[in-house]
Structure formats: structure tokens, C-alpha cells
Design a protein around this ligand. Structure first.
Ligand code: SAM
Length: 262
């Protein structure tokens, strides 16, 4: 059945998890949606804004049928032709390891109107929410955001390059490769380089561990930290307001307080 509405796809970033970390523009898109296709990392409380929409979960979750990317692409086009405005709601920002651009490209091939609403990526929002400043004057002049799992299921080679610089490194989808990441840093840097791992950042279920390259594997095992989590490596981890007390407690001898505002 063809719909009288113009078939349209809006790819929307839902932010890192906290329902208040979504944009007004994203909420307006949800209010205006005829269909919402959402992923596993999206906070389901956000679906309350989609009052008129048919809602479909297309993410991967234990015990649930997982849609392939091809099936999702086809669903977008068929739903848009049938109902009108499809909102594709994705965790974080849709263009940061989110395959948002692939979905836009596919939809445009089939003549759909398209739009993008950026979101707060977990890569930036989660460190900030625990007080980690990714750049800091005199400490880190840049940061890298790298995938721990490439399309061929390997750790990105960029981790080798990044570990040789003074940049802050943020690794997404890296928990299964933590041992490999630690070995790379042991080869290229010192064992006391600070590292933080935050699971379910900005959500009620958030868990974090902070240590250094030599201690982090044990801390992760002790606290049973797993995916979805981000790994933040670099001196800035030590210089954060909210983590100061942690470092004073655990690394008293080597701890040098550096004020964030310097
Ligand atoms: C497929 S990527 C999607 C990233 C997303 N587009 C973004 O901008 O945040 C999924 C990975 O993002 C990271 N991630 C997403 N949300 C997170 C959160 N709330 N806390 C920690 N890590 C998160 C994890 O590394 C997870 O495995």
C-alpha cells in the first residue's frame, strides 16, 4: 500500500544513554515520526516521545533476532514508502561507528528524502560525564577515537600509531581486545600510563575502573567490567577533578595534582 506522505528517513543520534543527553531536534524528529527503528544502545525511555509511531527494535540483543544491515536498509525503504517518515534512532552520534551514512546512501538510491540529527557520541560524552577532559593544555593536544573491532574483527592498526603519540586515545568496542591493547602500550609507553574504562556511561548502571596500563586488567576482572564500554588512555585521565580522590588513594606516591583550569 502506497502512502500519501513523502517517504523520508531521518537518522537521529540518541546520545550516550542518559535520556537528558539528547538534542531538542532529535525529540522533535521523534514526535514527528511515523516509524522508529531503534538500536540496542538507545535508552528505551526516549521512545515515549514517538507518540504516533510504529516502533521496531532492530538491534542485537541476547535471545533476540538480530537484523542484518541489509535487512535494516530494506526495512527503512519499505517502511518509508508505506508509512512516510522513518526515524532511525541510534546510540551516540549516528556517524561515529554507527553506519548512519550507509543507511542514508541506501535510502537516497531509492529516492527517499534524508536528514541527519547529530547526537552526543559516547566517545566524547562518556569521558566528559566522569570528569575526563580529552584535551588539556600542556597535557594532550589532540585525541584519537578508534574502533577496537574493525569490519574484519581485528583491532584497528591505528592503536599502534596512536600509542606512540602523547594524544588521548578513546577506544570503542575494544573490551574483547583489551589484552592486545595493553601489550601495545607496554611496548610503546610506560606501565604507569593512566587508563579508565567506563561501562554503560551516563546510565544508572554505569560502572568504571581507573588504573594504569599494568593494573587495569586485574581491575576489570575484579569489577567484572564488560561491553558496552569505552577505554580512555592518556595522562588526562589522571588530571580529572572527579578522579582526583581515586588517584590520591591508589597512587599516592606518584600522584601529582594538576588543576584542570591551569
Ligand atoms: C557501534 S558503536 C556505536 C557508537 C555510537 N555511535 C556513539 O557515537 O557513541 C558501540 C560502542 O560504543 C561504545 N558505547 C556506546 N554507548 C556507550 C556508553 N553509554 N558507555 C560506554 N560505551 C558506550 C561502546 O564501546 C560500544 O561497544
Amino acid at each position: 500500500m502506497q502512502n500519501s506522505k513523502t517517504p523520508k528517513l531521518t537518522v537521529v543520534g540518541a546520545g550516550p544513554g542518559d535520556v537528558e543527553l539528547i538534542t531538542l531536534k532529535a525529540i522533535k524528529a521523534l514526535e514527528n515520526a511515523d516509524v522508529v527503528l531503534y538500536d540496542a544502545l538507545v535508552n528505551e525511555e526516549l521512545l515515549q516521545y514517538a507518540t504516533q509511531a510504529e516502533i521496531v527494535f532492530v538491534g542485537k540483543r541476547l535471545g533476540c533476532h538480530a537484523y542484518t544491515q541489509d535487512q535494516i536498509n530494506e526495512l527503512i525503504v519499505s517502511m518509508a514508502n508505506r508509512y512516510g517518515h522513518v526515524v532511525r534512532l541510534k546510540g551516540g552520534d549516528p556517524f561515529v561507528f554507527g553506519r548512519g551514512s550507509e543507511e542514508i546512501e541506501f535510502a537516497e538510491k531509492f529516492g527517499l528524502e534524508t536528514a541527519v540529527v547529530p547526537g552526543i557520541s559516547s566517545a566524547l560524552g562518556v569521558p566528559a560525564s566522569v570528569g575526563i577532559s580529552l584535551t588539556q593544555r600542556k597535557v594532550a593536544e589532540s585525541f584519537w577515537v578508534i574502533t577496537g573491532t574493525t569490519s574484519s574483527h581485528e583491532l584497528s592498526k591505528d592503536v599502534h600509531l596512536a600509542s606512540q603519540s602523547a594524544a588521548t586515545v578513546v577506544i570503542l568496542m575494544g573490551m574483547h581486545k583489551l589484552d592486545e591493547i595493553i601489550s601495545i602500550y607496554q611496548e610503546n609507553r610506560t606501565d604507569d600510563l593512566p587508563i579508565a574504562i567506563i561501562q554503560n556511561g551516563t546510565k544508572n548502571s554505569e560502572q568504571k575502573v581507573v588504573g594504569n596500563i599494568s593494573s587495569i586488567a586485574n581491575l576489570v576482572a575484579e569489577k567484572n567490567i564488560s561491553s558496552p564500554a569505552i577505554i580512555v588512555i592518556g595522562e588526562v585521565v589522571k588530571n580529572t577533578s572527579k578522579l582526583t580522590s581515586y588517584f590520591q588513594e591508589h597512587f599516592e606516591d606518584e600522584f601529582i595534582f594538576q588543576n584542570l583550569n591551569l
